[in-house]
Design a protein around this ligand. Structure first.
Ligand code: 3PG
Length: 213
């Protein structure tokens, strides 16, 4: 279906959320994640180099499904598409953003954490949502509650998700995937610890797949 954002993300069970200061780290980082089996990568627009990071990964790591996160303004859709982004994530959801996504033909994963926000997204034709910040928005218990009333809505919780609580989320019927920053830290990037990134990615993928199986 056109609105199947998780399919556009390759149905990856874990999405690394990436904060990259140095664009030189982009390609080895993306290759390390892909080597670990995680191919949908969310580069957050929280650093000055984020757009260059997206360009480099789009140009040099074709196995990666490269997306951009922390998008909060409509004009960013065309900019990130030009840089090579294949999907867009936002912490929230407005009609302005949803229309910008449609105008740019961009798979869009916006955030919602309350019943009214979920209904507002449904009114825009959106059924795949980010749930952020998951930990402080009721966590897995809140998503379990939503599963009974919004059975057609699927979520990607992020914010406080880590290996220790991944199963709480992924075992729910309305959680398609989880995301987080634990897979790639600034120390790993600055230390060039690409093997550690691959190890964490492959561990997370194996753990997620065993929960979803
Ligand atoms: C996001 O943008 O999704 C969050 O920053 C991820 O949160 P985390 O750092 O708790 O994983």
């Amino acid at each position: 279906a056109k609105n199947d954002v998780f399919a556009a993300l390759g149905n990856n069970p874990v999405i690394p959320v990436l904060v990259v200061e140095n664009a030189e780290h982009a390609v080895p980082m993306a290759k390390a994640l892909v080597a670990g089996g995680l191919t949908a990568l969310e580069v957050t627009l929280r650093t000055a180099s984020a757009m260059e990071v997206v360009e480099r990964i789009a140009n040099e790591v074709p196995e990666a499904i490269i997306g951009v996160g922390t998008v909060t303004r409509a004009e960013q859709f065309a900019q990130v598409k030009k840089a090579g982004a294949q999907f867009v994530v936002s912490p929230g959801c407005t009609a302005t953003l949803a229309h910008a996504a449609a105008d740019n033909d961009m798979p869009f994963l916006p955030g919602a954490v309350t019943a009214s926000e979920i209904i507002a997204a449904m009114e825009l034709g959106i059924t795949d949502l980010k749930f952020f910040p998951a930990g402080t928005s009721g966590g897995a218990a809140a998503l379990k509650g939503f599963s009974t009333v919004f059975s057609e809505i699927r979520f990607c919780p992020t914010g406080g998700v880590k290996p220790a609580n991944m199963a709480d989320y992924l075992s729910l019927p309305n959680v398609a995937t989880v995301g987080g920053t634990w897979l790639v830290t600034a120390d790993m990037l600055n230390g060039g610890n690409w093997d550690e990134i691959t190890r964490l990615a492959s561990e997370a993928k194996a753990q997620a797949e065993s929960i979803l199986a």
